[in-house]
Ligand binder design. Sequence first.
Ligand SMILES: O=P(O)(O)O[C@H]1O[C@H](CO)[C@@H](O)[C@H]1O
Ligand SMILES: Nc1nc2[nH]cnc2c(=O)[nH]1
Length: 330
Amino acid sequence: MAPINANDINDAKAFMPAKKVLPEVETDGANGNGNGNGNGNSPKGYSYETLLEIANFLLSRISVKPHIGIICGSGMGSLAETIQEPVSILYEDIPNFPVSTVEGHHGQLVFGKINDIPVMAMQGRFHYYEGYPLWKCCLPVRVMKLIGIKTLIATNAAGGLNPSYKIGDIMIVKDHINMMGFAGNNPLHGPNDERFGPRFPPMSKAYNYEYRKVAREIAKELNIDNIVREGVYTCLGGPNFETVAELNMLKMVGVDAVGMSTVHEVITARHCDLNVFALSLITNECVTSYDNNDEANHEEVLDVGRMRQDILRKFVSKLVERFAQIETNH
Ligand SMILES: O=P(O)(O)O[C@H]1O[C@H](CO)[C@@H](O)[C@H]1O
Ligand SMILES: Nc1nc2[nH]cnc2c(=O)[nH]1
C-alpha cells in the first residue's frame, strides 16, 4: 500500500459532519485541555474589553436591546424562526467570534421579538469537542450579559437515560452534574474577572425555581404536560456517544439525560448573575444493555429536533413571555 501522507489525513475530514473549516484546537493551558488561564485574561483568552467590543459591535447593528437570550440546541435552530422583525448576524461577520462547525448549528445570531419581548437567539452553539476551550464555548453568554440580557434559555438535544423517558420528551433541567468540572475542566478556570462575577459562585440554585414552576404550568396550558419531565442533565466532552458502562454509571449517580453542552454555559451565566432556564429535548434513548442493538447517531438527533419543532416553538415563545413578566414584576 502507498504510504499515508498528510493529505490523506486531511481527506478524512470529508467524512465528518462538519460544514465549515474546523477551528484550530486551542491549548492555551499548560495541561493542554484549552482551559489554562482561559477565563478571558490570558494572552489567548478574551479580555473584558474585547468582549465589550463584541457587545458594542452587536448593539450597533440593532435598535432594541434584547432581554432574553436563547441558545438553540442541535436541530432546534428553527426556534429562532419565531422571532419577529429579525436581524441576523453571521458568526463569521462578528469580530473575534467563534464559528459553528456542527451540522444542525447554523452559525448566526438572530435579534428581534418573540411575543413583543426583545430577544437574541444563538442559532448554533459552540462545543468543547469542536476544539474550543470551555471559556470560548461560553463567550457568547458573557456577551449576552454585556448587551443587557437578564435571562438565558438554553436548549439542547440529549440522550434519555431515565428509563421512563421517551424520544420526543422535553426535560426541564432542574440541576446538572458537571462531569467535566470533576476533572478540573471548567469555563471559570483561570484568573477571575470580578466585573463578571465572584471567584467562587454558588450553583445550588443554578436553574431558577420560579421559571421551572412556570414552565410546568405552561406545559399544562399547552396540553403537553404528558411529554414534559423534569430532571438532571450532565455534559460529557464528546464527540463520541457513550458506552453502555458509562451510561450505567451515569444512571447510578442520578443523571436523567446526557449531552455535550449547556452545563458550562449555565455556570458562566450564573457566574455573571443571569437567570437560567434550560430544557433538553430527548432525541434518543440511551443504550444501557448489551442486548440492545440500537446505536446513537447525530442524524436521529436532528430528525427528532425537526419532529418536535412546532411544540418547542410554542413552548419557548410562552416561556419568553412569562419569564419577561416575572422579571418586570421583580
Ligand atoms: O447539546 P446540543 O448542542 O443540543 O447537541 C447535542 O447533540 C449533539 C450530538 O448529536 C451534541 O452536540 C450534543 O451536545
Ligand atoms: N452525550 C450525548 N449527547 C447527546 N446528544 C443527543 N443525544 C446524546 C447522547 O445520547 N449522548
